[in-house]
Design a protein around this ligand. Structure first.
Ligand code: 3HC
Ligand code: NAI
Length: 698
């Protein structure tokens, strides 16, 4: 027997304990162990079998690391069938998270008990697959088609009490899983409860599967797994159990072989790897209880909201009492949202706004803060004044952070006498909602200050990515490049609306021009003005038609007009009729004869520019690993998760072809399309970006 399943006999009951830390994933050893233990229990004269998990959880699913490899027998569906077909009474006792294959094992046992804190779910679609061990056939029989479709297409985790109502769990009992499981199994034996194989339950009633399929496909913006899962559930209503299982397997294998599955698995592991930096091994973060925020505009108020919700006390420093009150109003507005969604109670709202938050206009109020983050205007002189005052007042060891989007963190650090304590913490708007945090490490930032940045990110529930100092760090630097590529395509003949449509078809929630309208066209205008003032490269192409929109007071959604007209509301956008004439005038002024672009070419150029700049960002060490770029784009820029991120996408496309395209574009514009040295190197060596991720993890 393998060690992955412990075996014990108590009276008539054989106890099978999963022991495969950290999450009892159903890898090869566990599957073999379950088969052998079932054989042993049956040979042993036991009357019942109890299955539970050691440590943090019941089985949390199949072992995701095995995906993409040739399946090793016994495969999980066979293990589930074996368990269900046993002549003994089989019971599961669940705690932690019974997810995916874990819940499928539980559904193949005859009865299920859970502790109150247990959660169950079938999150496979989030990994680009569907439940492949009977989940799409057994869950509809147990909980009905509607509930099964909801759970399977969203992948949501269901708490024990809801699982009880849905019939997924038979009983909830507080206690150790082994003890409650034993008592329940004994009770079932005592009352001669029959075996209860789900496969023998009646065929569930159908719904309008075509309608559900189409709605789910639309909601997923091109993600295949949830819609394919609908078809698997449909099979449960149309086919006998065994044939339904075969159909599930067929659809499961289809999805297993898609790029989307690879992209989503890459996202799953990268999300967990992103905060694990070799340089932080053994480095403790500094204490973090009280924080200061300077500037309570859009960003400062959002950062303060996130910190308050995470249990930190916040001192908000503004320029005047009136501005401080306005900042408090913004924070209270954000917290009202949390109150409405049931995330906090009215009492907590009161505590957070009246006790945990302090308003100030005098820097002395920041003398005890463990970390201060400034979110004042994006001007170097203003930032330098703030940091000079912080340097005077803050206690030794306090972390001094800037939320700057583009400014040089080294220059800001150099104004203080403690550059080792200075770091960039670049949040995204709205800061209490967006998951991304760029931890910008300057030349002299101390390792424990970096660790504190990551600790803050974790506390606030963010995905934190380490970035080096450059114009725009990881995300905004790459954004600025692919936006420029889009601007070039507009000059050459594409329209903003065609570009947005092509990118939305690729899976972005919004195309770049709709995003610009949302963020405010004044932001890009300010950046263009700054870059022009600094002096553009003589070969750089420029255009001013968007400036004209701004000059006329059109800043996008907040003024009602930008690339689009929002007269009918933010979601009912229609092209602004003023835009194309401005573009046509610009083309004429620059002597450009517009040409047609296909959607494929738009996508190819846009993505090639993104990948090329991302490769430069990695090659220069601004991002340590390709996966850091991927997570930045996923969590901060709406990149479709099912494509894994731009560099995973590039790997899946094939780097040689991409480089070939970049070189062909470079013939028209060698300055913009200069190939990234790292991309050329990888192609020359026949390697991928993911090879670099693997090397970094080794
Ligand atoms: N397979 C392999 N490794 C897994 C895993 C899995 N199913 N689930 C988690 N892990 C690993 C993580 O990568 C992490 O490893 P690391 O420490 O080396 O980074 C470690 O276990 C701990 O995971 P978390 O950091 O995520 O721990 P949390 O306590 O925050 O969360 C969890 C635990 C809720 C179980 C979460 O890990 C999770 O959601 N896991 C995925 C669950 C899942 O999707 N299951 C379905 C799998 S697909 C399937 O079952 C197919 C079947 O239908 C045939
Ligand atoms: P904002 O204009 O909404 O807010 C700035 C606030 O700072 C104002 O309330 C102002 O009263 C206050 N302020 C200015 N000087 C001050 C001083 N010396 N002392 C105290 N308070 C002062 O600006 P926003 O959008 O919140 O941006 C702030 C910073 O965050 C900028 O550096 C910006 O680049 C950065 N940022 C902005 C993002 C965005 O999407 N808006 C995203 C990420 C970073």
């Amino acid at each position: 027997m393998t060690d992955a399943i412990g075996y014990e006999r108590i009276g008539d009951i054989a106890i099978l304990k999963a022991q495969n830390p950290p999450v009892n994933a159903l890898g090869y050893d566990v599957r073999i162990g379950l088969m052998q233990a079932m054989d042993r229990a049956e040979a042993d004269g036991a009357k019942a079998v109890l299955i539970y998990g050691d440590g943090a959880t019941y089985f949390a699913g199949a072992d995701i690391r095995e995906f993409g490899q040739t399946p090793r027998e016994p495969i999980l569906p066979d293990v589930c069938d074996r368990i269900e077909a046993s002549p003994l009474l089989v019971v599961s006792a669940m705690h932690g998270t019974a997810l995916g294959g874990g819940l499928e094992v539980a559904l193949s046992t005859h009865y299920r008990i859970a502790v109150p804190s247990a959660k169950v779910g079938l999150p496979e679609v989030l990994l680009g697959i569907l439940p492949g061990a009977g989940g799409t056939q057994r869950l509809p029989r147990v909980a009905g088609v509607e509930a099964a479709l909801d759970l399977i297409t969203t992948g949501r985790h269901v708490k024990a009490d809801e699982a009880l109502k849905l019939g997924i769990v038979d009983k909830i009992e507080d206690g150790e899983p082994r003890e409650i499981g034993l008592a329940y199994t004994q009770e079932l034996l005592d009352r001669n409860a029959p075996r209860r194989p789900v496969s023998e339950m009646s065929t569930p009633a159908p719904v309008d599967f075509d309608a559900v399929h189409d709605a789910v496909l639309k909601k997923g913006r091109g993600q295949l797994s949830p819609a394919t899962a609908v078809r698997a559930v449909q099979a449960a209503t149309e086919l006998p159990f065994k044939q339904g299982l075969a159909r599930e397997r067929e659809l499961f294998m289809e999805l297993m072989n898609t790029d989307q599955r690879e992209g989503l698995i890459h996202a799953f592991f990268s999300e967990r790897a992103v905060g694990k930096l070799p340089e932080l091994k053994g480095v403790d973060p500094r204490p973090l209880n009280a924080i200061g925020v300077i500037g309570g505009g859009t960003m400062g108020a959002g950062i303060a909201t996130a910190a308050l919700l995470a249990g930190l006390t916040v001192t908000m420093l503004e320029m005047s009492p009136e501005a401080a009150e306005a900042a408090k109003g913004r924070i209270a507005g954000n917290l009202q949202g949390a109150l409405k969604r049931g995330k906090i109670s009215a009492e907590q709202f009161e505590t957070l706004t009246e006790q945990a938050l302090t308003l100030a206009t005098d820097y002395a109020a920041l003398k005890d803060a463990d970390l201060v983050i400034e979110a004042v205007f994006e001007e170097m002189d203003v930032k330098k004044k703030v940091f000079t005052q912080l340097d005077e007042i803050c206690k030794p060891g306090a972390v001094l952070a800037t939320n700057t989007s583009y400014l040089d963190v080294n220059e800001i650090a150099a104004i203080t006498k403690r550059p080792a304590d200075v770091i960039g913490l670049h949040f995204f708007s709205p800061a209490h909602v967006m998951k991304l945090l760029e931890v910008v490490v300057a030349d002299q930032t101390a390792p424990d200050v970096v660790a504190t940045g990551f600790a803050l990110g974790k506390r606030l529930g963010k995905i934190s990515v380490r970035a080096g100092v450059c114009d725009g760090f990881i995300g905004n630097r790459i954004l600025s490049t692919y936006r420029t590529c889009a601007d070039h395509m507009i000059l050459d003949g594409a329209s903003p609306y065609q570009i947005d449509a092509a990118l939305e078809a690729f899976g972005f929630a919004m195309g770049p021009f709709a995003v610009a309208d949302l963020a405010g066209l004044d932001i890009g205008w300010a950046v263009r003005k700054r870059k022009r003032a600094e002096g553009l490269h003589p070969q750089a192409r420029d255009s001013t038609y968007a400036d004209k929109l701004c000059e006329d007071g059109h800043f996008g959604q907040k003024t009602g007009k930008g690339y689009y007209d929002y007269a009918a509301g933010p979601k009912a956008r229609v092209p602004n009729p003023d835009v194309m004439p401005l573009i046509e005038a610009e083309r004429a002024a620059q002597g450009i004869a517009p040409r047609d672009f296909t959607d494929e070419e738009i996508l190819r150029r846009y993505m090639a520019s993104m990948v090329n700049e991302a490769a430069k960002v990695v090659g220069e060490g601004i991002a340590r690993r390709p996966l850091d770029v991927d997570m930045t784009l996923l969590f901060g820029y709406g990149f479709p998760r099912y494509r894994g991120g731009p560099l995973k996408w590039a790997d899946l496309q094939g780097l040689p072809d991409l480089l070939k395209d970049i070189k062909s574009y470079a013939q028209e514009d060698p300055y913009f399309w200069e190939p990234a040295p790292l991309l050329e190197k990888l192609v020359a060596e026949g390697r991928t970006f993911d090879d670099l991720n693997k090397e970094a993890a080794a």
